[in-house]
Each structure stands twice: as structure tokens, then as C-alpha cells.
Write a protein that binds this ligand. Sequence first.
Ligand code: NAI
Length: 285
Amino acid sequence: MSIQKIAVIGGGTMGNGIAHVAAMAGFSVTLVDISDAALERALGTITKNLTRMVSKEKITEADKEATLGRLTTSTSLEAIAPEADLIIEAVNENFELKKKIFQTLDAAARPETILASNTSSISITKLAGVTKRPDKVIGMHFFNPVPVMKLVEIVRGLETSDEVYAAIEQLSRDFKKVPVPVNDSPGFVSNRVLMPMINEAIFCVYEGVGTPEHVDEVMKLGMAHPMGPLRLADFIGLDVCLDILNVLYEGFRDPKYRPCPLLVKMVDAGKLGDKSGSGFYDYAK
Ligand code: NAI
């Protein structure tokens, strides 16, 4: 399985980072989004991040230009799919949207093309089930910010083939990432372990055990976490945390994943963390 041409669907927070690392690793990359404006924003972010790497002397100006030279953009899934050896989907976390995209890609891509998803909580087996190539569907779960974070959680669906797994594991190394295999299960490993910790930290605030600052200090200084769980929850987005906890709660039907009522209330109030200007901390200043 030779992967040379990669398409990335969705140029948001994760998609532009994935396109960045793929192009920097020497692959020819087409980034797809719904509008030219979205693509311009994505390219602007990639350029800014590459420029920062040049200023930190991590890459040269020539590396930056070569990386940008390997990137093209498009607003048409049908037009780019037949060209790609691998398509990595990174659109919003919504099953109906991803289903539509996987069906379109399945119809338009060559039979041997691998379809990967960067989903953080949707079942890879369920996504594979909407295609006629479940053996070629796999999860590539990158972490934010993609150019910095080393991990790729590689999620094997029920029918993902060994050959496809091996190709994606090698590709992740080519991206200078560290691949870790996990089997498809709600929240995979990352969110199954992280989200209950965040939820418990929120319960500590809800029950008056500690302030957000104090809970975060305990975890930073006592457990050597670089960021406390509540600061991290704000960074991820409290709506995203709630959605993932609900996936765990519904997936396992186990009360240990019940989202804290305070988290539900904050999301209802529009306090979503960094992106809304406030969450457990105030970012308005
Ligand atoms: P985002 O909202 O920043 O970006 C989503 C992008 O998809 C937008 O640019 C949007 O215009 C585009 N899009 C929507 N419909 C489309 C379509 N039909 N065709 C092409 N593009 C389309 O979202 P983000 O945060 O990048 O998340 C993307 C995926 O990555 C989600 O599945 C999320 O669960 C997952 N993820 C997110 C992480 C994070 O920290 N933000 C971490 C790991 C995974």
C-alpha cells in the first residue's frame, strides 16, 4: 500500500494541523473545506504556524516554502477523491455529517483508497459500516495542536485489515508522530481516561471541595500535569467535553460517566471555555 497523495477533509483546528504535518513530511496534500473563505483561513493558519517554526529555527524558510508548495485546496470532495491514496476526514463531530462524507468518498475514491477519521468519539466501526470498504476504514486520532503533539491514537474498527493498520502506523511515523494502536470502543483510550478525570474535577468544584484554581494546582503540582483538568476542559471546549461524556455514558450505560450537572449548566449558559471567552476561567481580558 503506497501512500503518496493525501486529502484532508475539513480545514478547522485539527484539519489544518493534519495538512501541515502531512505536507511537511513530504506528501502531496489537498485540503478540502466548504468555502474558499474557510480554505483561506486554514492556509493562513498553516502559514503562520510554519513562520513561527522558522523563527524558532526548527525549519528553514526553504522548508516552509516547500511545505506550502505541496499543499493545494479544493471545495469538491468528488473532484479530489479519485486522486487520493488516503483521505483523512476532520469535519465537525457530527455522525450524520461524517456519514454523508464517508458515503460520498466511498463512491468517488478508488477501491484501494484508505478512509481515515480524526473523530474523537464516534465509533470507527459505525463509520466503516456506511461504506462498502469497512476493511479500509480506520481512526487516526490526532491531538491539538497537531504540529506539536506527538500522539496518534490509531483506532482499529471491527473489520479494519492488518494491511491498512500497518500502512497507517508507518505513515504516522513518517509524520514524525508516535502511533499507539487501540481497538474501537467508546472514547477509545484517550477520552475514556481523560474525560472522567475532567468530570471528577468539575464535581469537586460543584460540591465545594475546591475552587477551579485549587483543583488545578493540586493536579499540576501533585501529579505533574502540565495543565490542570479545568484549564484543559476550557481549552478543549466544555461543549466538546459534555458531548464526549455523553458518548461514554450512553456507550457503556454506566453511571460512572454521568456528566456533572455543573458542566451541563455551564454549556447551557454558553460558557464553553476559551472559545466563548469564559468557562472555569475568564478569558475576556
Ligand atoms: P472545527 O470546527 O475547527 O473544524 C471543522 C471544519 O470542517 C470546519 O472548517 C468546517 O468548515 C469543515 N467542514 C464542515 N462540513 C464540511 C464538509 N461537508 N466538507 C468539508 N469540510 C467541512 O473542528 P475540529 O476541532 O477541527 O474537529 C474536527 C474533528 O476532529 C472532530 O471530529 C473532532 O471530534 C476531532 N478532534 C478534535 C480535537 C480538538 O481538540 N479540537 C482533538 C481531536 C479530535
